[in-house]
Design a protein around this ligand. Structure first.
Ligand code: AP5
Length: 214
């Protein structure tokens, strides 16, 4: 199965994708994680992407589309995947459709995590991420058992550099302008499923799992 988790920054795309991948055994592909990995490795892609990410802007379509095309061509993606953070523009969505059509494949579901702005700001300002396994925590909502230490791998937790008020506000604007048109794009294909993601993570996950079983 090929699933996209769509929603604004802080909607819980990463949180739900990881939980869903654990539950279903599906591969989780996050363009944000892939780009941050490239930045920390200092690769050419990372160097090109860093300035955009620091500002809360989108990395140019051609760079991200190439990165995702290479990732989904790998063997572990053959039986399906959960996409988190991609597509983010209509151009990315059209390129993904084209890539899949070349192999007679398609996206089965797009789960739209509908989240209100107050909740988004509260979630992003308290987010903590593991420097080793990318495990996701929140200082208040989902605190780690030991302060600033990852429950899953013992790695140290950090706050993302783009989780500051100014960049969060820019990311929200970019989402409204460039990414929210995807809701209509996938609704028109009849594959969009809207979920109230203002709730706790567990009931949201259960609803996604139920939806995917239908
Ligand atoms: P990316 O890493 O994808 O960031 P984002 O879309 O802004 O999304 P976030 O990771 O901030 O939010 P999320 O929805 O995953 O929320 P999370 O689960 O972490 O992208 C970063 C940058 O990379 C972009 O700005 C851009 O520059 C670039 N980029 C990436 N993809 C690109 C693309 N396709 N094209 C161009 N550029 C691209 O949850 C947030 C917090 O809330 C956590 O602390 C979590 O513990 C908590 N939480 C989650 N769910 C709940 C819940 N239900 N209840 C309580 N707390 C919750």
């Amino acid at each position: 199965m090929r699933v996209i988790l769509l929603g604004p920054p802080g909607a819980g795309k990463g949180t739900q994708s990881k939980k869903l991948a654990k539950r279903t055994g599906q591969l989780h592909i996050s363009t944000g994680d892939l780009l941050r990995e490239n930045v920390s490795l200092g690769s050419e892609l990372g160097q090109q992407a860093k300035g955009y990410m620091d500002k809360g802007a989108l990395v140019p379509d051609e760079l991200v589309i190439k990165m995702i095309a290479e990732r989904i061509a790998q063997d572990d993606a053959k039986s399906g995947f959960i996409l988190d953070g991609f597509p983010r523009t209509i151009k990315q969505a059209e390129s993904l459709d084209k890539l899949l059509q070349e192999h007679s494949l398609k996206i089965n579901y797009v789960i739209y995590l509908d989240t209100s702005e107050g909740i988004i700001i509260q979630r992003l300002s308290g987010r903590l991420v593991c420097s080793q396994c990318q495990g996701n925590f929140h200082a208040k909502n989902m605190p780690p058992k030991q302060e600033m230490i990852c429950d899953y791998c013992g790695g140290s937790l950090y706050q993302r550099s783009d989780d500051n008020p100014q960049t969060i506000s820019k990311r929200l604007d970019v989402y409204k302008d460039d990414s929210s048109p995807l809701i209509r794009y996938y609704d028109a294909q009849g594959i969009l499923k809207r979920i109230d993601a203002d709730r706790d993570a567990e009931p949201v996950l259960e609803e996604i799992v139920l939806l995917l079983k239908k």
